[in-house]
Write a protein that binds this ligand. Structure first.
Ligand code: GAR
Length: 206
């Protein structure tokens, strides 16, 4: 059988982007990748249910439970090694990973961000706050970005972007939903497949 890149998805909340990846894999849209592990830093994340319902191994690793950011990252890192993970996807993972962690996985961590980077990104811009800022600024077009993660929050190389129109009567919630539906849930699976395919073509060895 053709080798697939083993992917871990890191989550904190609802996990609709995780669901988009699961659905893409089921539809055959992720031929180069296999979702092998879900890691949540929040024990009540609905994303954990999605993993369970789809038979994907899932773990909860919290800062509180492990004793701090460094310890949490060490536990995550060990779980990635144990499960032979080759590519990491941050899908609504609401914790900024340390330079030490991201350096270890250079060009092996993807993140989905709900704006067109470099707008409305960096420290403090996450979840609904991104859409609140876009509406406050009055932009007429926003969107989503998938990028590699480096030591600068939302600063790594861009892999894919998709634009979404802002409507007159948008609230942060309606805009968030449209950006997810029209952009995030499409470009995240596409970017994972693109990256995994490239890793296989380059003869990636973990
Ligand atoms: C998504 O909109 C994702 O882009 C955003 O959080 C949401 C998570 O939703 N991520 C960030 O803001 C990261 N800076 P989900 O749990 O339903 O996938």
């Amino acid at each position: 059988m053709k080798k697939k890149i083993k992917v871990a998805v890191l989550v904190s909340g609802g996990g609709t982007n995780l669901q988009a990846l699961i659905d893409a894999e089921k539809k055959g849209d992720l031929p180069s990748a296999e979702i092998a592990l879900v890691v949540s830093n929040n024990s009540t994340a609905y994303a954990l249910r999605r993993a369970e319902e789809n038979g994907i191994k899932a773990l909860t690793v919290t800062k509180k439970g492990t004793g701090g950011q460094e310890q949490m990252e060490d536990v995550i890192s060990a779980a990635l090694d144990e499960n032979g993970i080759e590519l990491i996807v941050l899908a609504g993972f609401m914790s900024i990973l340390s330079e030490r962690f991201v350096r270890k996985y250079d060009h092996r961590i993807l993140n989905v961000h709900p704006s067109l980077i470099p707008s409305f990104c960096g420290k403090g811009f996450y979840g609904l706050k991104v859409h609140e800022a876009a509406l406050e600024k009055g932009v007429k077009v926003t969107g989503a970005t998938v990028h590699f993660v480096n030591e600068i929050p939302d600063g790594g190389e861009i892999i894919m972007q998709k634009a979404v129109n802002v409507l007159e009567d948008d609230t942060p919630e309606t805009l968030q939903k449209r950006v997810m539906r029209q952009a995030e849930w499409k470009i995240l699976p596409a970017a994972v497949e693109k990256t995994a395919r490239k890793m296989l073509a380059e003869g990636f060895e973990a």
